[in-house]
Design a protein around this ligand. Structure first.
Ligand code: PLP
Length: 401
């Protein structure tokens, strides 16, 4: 097995910037240091008991394949849930259940694009979009969103400059990973109108839809354009219900052609997991109405704790994220990856250290992220405060080296 080449696709797929330094964290832990994980969006909130109830109710003697489009009851329950919580109308047939939002995005890239076609995204971006694009042979075209402007959508002229005859879609993620920025109704309208003008799909990644703070209310592109065939929503139970490991997501559109075409791709992978879908359907039917309100308040507390602690550190530049549970922070260092490595490999404070994700990997234009890091506020308030205390001490030591 020598001299056998791997594909360009495999070689060129970037590694996850979130996991890049994981080996250093593992080493630190082995040496007895407690590592505060602010690097990864894995919430520590308990999954709803209704999900576990659903698991216990699964009584079949054979774990058979589910339908490729998804468990019928789950499509019904998800549609009802969205209709009720967002006060809009969707129908179960508009759903295609996938293994997380991740699979929905891979499928959509393949459904909307031929290899070499382009999708416009906003930089910094959810890093795994790069992996999905690589799998599908799609070219992501970044338009920079500026930290000075709270990572708001770029001007129309900046986006239009990037539209070519290969552009097939604009992909927007609001609330945003990694920046925590939330699009206003006007911004979504502007993106939709742009797609309309240039005949593009608008793919709206709403994985964090309910995680909005201050004056924001959960907003879907379907509030604005419930009947447009160019609109496709990507949704997920992973973050909203702390069900990252259940691997349940969906795509949602009133475009029957998109559903039918994507279903052919979905049939080739047979189905999403049967038991998780069964339990998720039960959960969505029975979940307490105030479950998400409790979760949202908890993340608001954490957001405030992170923001308040970081703004006390001299020369750290931070914007106040309005949604999701991330923010991108500019650090007073030349290279945030070097600093993040230092925290994990050469530093500890009271036998603890802090793991942050260098932001370069979230930028297609890597140099924009060199001095920045993404912070995920997925730990409780006390731990966030301790994590930032350790980081502040680490920063002093690092700069004094
Ligand atoms: C913006 C965004 N989209 C999609 C995903 C993928 O989520 P899932 O677990 O549903 O595949 C994530 C996960 O972190 C995300 O942050």
């Amino acid at each position: 097995m020598t001299n056998i080449n791997l594909s360009d696709r495999a070689r060129n797929t970037p590694p996850s910037p979130i996991r890049k330094l994981a080996h250093l964290a593992a080493k630190a832990k082995k040496s007895g240091i407690h590592v505060y994980h602010l690097n990864i969006g894995q919430p520590d909130i308990e999954s709803p008991r209704e999900f576990f109830e659903g698991l216990r109710l699964y009584q079949q003697k054979v774990v058979a394949y589910e339908q490729s489009q998804g468990n019928e009851n789950l499509c019904i329950a998800w549609s009802k849930y969205i209709n009720k919580t967002l006060q809009i109308h969707t129908a179960p047939e508009q759903f295609l259940i996938t293994m997380g939002a991740s699979e929905a995005l891979v499928f959509l890239f393949m459904t909307c694009c031929d290899p070499g076609d382009e999708i416009i995204i906003f930089d910094p971006t959810y890093a795994n979009y790069l992996g999905f694009a690589s799998i599908a042979g799609v070219q992501l075209v970044p338009v920079l969103s500026d930290m000075k402007n709270n990572f708001a959508l770029p001007a129309r002229s900046e986006i239009e400059k990037k539209i070519t005859n290969r552009t097939r879609a604009i992909l927007v993620c609001s609330p945003n990973n990694p920046t925590g920025t939330v699009c206003s109704r006007e911004e979504l309208r502007f993106l939709f109108d742009l797609c309309e003008e240039h005949n593009l799909f608008l793919i709206s990644d709403e994985t964090y839809r309910e995680f909005v703070y201050d004056d924001h209310k959960p907003l879907s592109i379907l509030h604005l354009e419930p009947n447009s065939k160019r609109v496709i929503v990507v949704d997920s139970l992973s973050k909203r219900f702390s069900l990252c490991g259940a691997r349940i997501g969906c795509l949602l559109t009133c475009n029957e052609e998109v559903i039918a075409a994507t279903l052919k791709i979905a049939q080739a992978r047979l189905a999403a997991p049967t038991i998780d879908q069964f339990a998720a359907a039960h959960m969505l039917e029975h979940i307490q109405e105030d479950y998400l309100e409790g979760v949202r308040s908890e993340f608001l507390l954490r957001r405030n704790a992170l923001y308040d602690a970081l703004k006390e550190i001299p020369d750290v530049v931070i914007h106040k994220p309005q949604g999701a549970f991330y923010t991108v922070v500019q650090l007073p260092v030349n290279n945030a990856e070097d600093f993040a490595s230092f925290l994990l490999s050469q530093f500890s404070y009271k036998k603890t250290t802090t793991f942050i994700a260098p932001a370069a990997g979230f930028y297609m234009q890597n140099s924009q992220g060199i001095q920045k890091a993404r912070f995920a506020y997925v730990l409780n308030k006390g731990d966030i405060e301790l994590a930032i205390e350790a980081l502040a001490v680490g920063l002093k030591q690092y700069k004094g080296q």
